[in-house]
Design a protein around this ligand. Structure first.
Ligand SMILES: NC(=O)c1ccc[n+]([C@@H]2O[C@H](COP(=O)([O-])OP(=O)(O)OC[C@H]3O[C@@H](n4cnc5c(N)ncnc54)[C@H](O)[C@@H]3O)[C@@H](O)[C@H]2O)c1
Length: 438
């Protein structure tokens, strides 16, 4: 396909930056990924990835080999080599819910100082509305006087675990622009990707990202609230969700009851959007409730374990799953952290297994918990199994085998991975989310 291959710099080689940069290289652009974490860049040069993301390692090595992807620690070098600069650094929230834009601002200043000709500066990180204008002010202040540039907002909607496919085949691409020139350049970059592109103002684009994440988080908390009602009324939340989801106006995605959402995006983006609303003179009480339901869901689950495991102190509890969702090693805001802390506080001995998140978990729980080499080892001598992440691998282990390995056949299934009736028939003391034993 004929299209203009651009020189792109992506700043921040984390979950979003590394995937975006690699995918831009994959579709033909020349990309330099910059990160100020020297060790991360040294490892990337050697082919060692800082994150687990299916398919990424192979794609990085192919594009490096073919000369389209490189790594650097210097923003000045990255900016010098490129015409389009993507900012993909983290945008955490502060205690008060406000977004910490320090990393974005630092990067913007450095980019401005390194600019010597027209560049397009694109925000890929999730940012509160009006951040684009702040970036514009910083660039104007620190770049050579009178130099032309454009700012663009191009939020990322990828999901960890399916990030490559999400990037290369997105439902839509959202691009907030202020000039026809920037619009043309951005359209060109994405030409090989056959998805609709929605051009908006920069402010709309910034709000679209927050609105999407807030809405998805709302769907999760909504179905979890329904699950709590089902449990008390002999109903089954899976039946309810299935029938709800068949209504095209509702849709079935994000209607899976469980122990709530975590990760680096939903919790912080809900907080940030509540803050954006407040600053705009609107109390977003709906989102405040979404947050409360999500927190409560973990507490209800933990209380249930404590209530049903007699004399939990000193007992082995098997934990399956540490990452906030399957197919990622990301443990930021993972429900597992609160639930394991609650078990430790009760004096339980936690024997945990996760297919990829153990390394990240060790940064949070050092020797407070035991790490097992596989899921079955965690079960040995355990009086309860607590399922916190729905890894496909766990679903393949036969309940009959689980029963044989455990000291007592008791399961707290926070992700509803086992069939209710079968577990009851096998004699498990089985607790799930939103499904009544009757
Ligand atoms: N993780 C996701 O699934 C996801 C999805 C969509 C959007 N987002 C958004 O994308 C942004 C990035 O998220 P992430 O999960 O990739 O973050 P991350 O923490 O994995 O990566 C951020 C990277 O930026 C680097 N960095 C920080 N300051 C820097 C500087 N001055 N110079 C160079 N590098 C610097 C860090 O070293 C780190 O490697 C956030 O705004 C997030 O909300 C994330």
């Amino acid at each position: 396909m004929s299209f203009k291959k651009e020189k792109i710099c992506v700043i921040g080689a984390g979950y979003v930056g590394l995937v975006s940069g690699t995918c831009f290289a994959q579709i033909g652009h020349r990309v330099v990924c910059v990160d100020n974490n020297k060790e991360k860049i040294e490892n990337l040069e050697k082919g060692i990835l800082p994150i687990y993301e299916p398919g990424l390692e192979k794609m990085i090595s192919k594009n490096k080999r073919e000369g389209r992807l490189s790594f650097a620690t210097s923003i000045a070098q990255g900016v010098g080599e490129s015409n389009i600069i993507f900012i993909a650094v983290h945008t955490p929230t502060k205690e008060n819910g406000e977004t910490n834009l320090q990393y974005v601002e630092d990067v913007s200043r450095e980019v401005a100082r390194a600019m010597d000709k027209y560049k397009v500066l694109v925000s890929k990180s999730t940012m509160p509305v009006n951040t684009g204008q702040k970036i514009k002010e910083i660039i104007t202040k620190y770049c050579p006087k009178g130099l032309a540039f454009d700012i663009v907002s191009n939020p990322e909607f990828l999901k960890e675990g399916t990030a490559i496919k999400d990037f290369l085949e997105p439902d839509r691409i959202v691009i907030g622009v202020e000039s026809k020139k920037a619009e043309k350049i951005m359209r060109g970059i994405y030409k090989p990707i056959k998805s609709p592109i929605i051009f908006t103002s920069i402010e709309s684009s910034e709000i679209i990202k927050h609105a999407c994440n807030a809405f998805l988080a709302t769907k999760i908390s909504f179905i979890n609230a329904i699950a709590n009602i089902c449990e008390k009324n002999s109903a089954n939340v899976e039946e309810v969700a299935m029938a709800m989801g068949l209504d095209k106006r509702i849709g079935s995605d994000f209607l899976k009851a469980g122990i709530g959402f975590g990760g680096s995006c939903f919790p912080k983006d809900v907080d940030a959007f509540i803050n954006v609303a407040k600053k705009s003179g609107y109390e977003f009480n709906l989102l405040k409730e979404v947050k409360k339901i999500n927190k409560k869901q973990r507490e209800i689950f933990l209380d249930n374990i404590i209530r049903h495991v007699p004399d939990i102190k000193g007992k082995n509890i098997a934990v399956w799953g540490l990452s906030f969702k399957p197919d990622t090693d990301d443990m930021r805001e993972a429900p597992s952290v609160d639930i394991i802390n609650g078990l430790i506080a009760q004096g339980a001995i936690v024997k945990a297994f996760d297919p990829v998140a153990i390394k990240k978990s060790k940064e949070i729980f050092k020797d407070e918990i035991m790490y097992c080499k596989d899921a079955k080892e965690a079960l040995r001598d355990s009086v309860a199994l607590v399922v916190l992440t729905e890894w496909g691998h766990f679903k393949k282990i036969k309940p009959e085998e689980i029963k044989k390995l455990m000291k007592f056949p008791r399961i707290f299934d926070g992700r509803n991975i086992f069939p209710l009736r079968k577990m009851a028939d096998l004699g498990f003391d089985y607790h799930s989310i939103g499904k009544n034993k009757k």
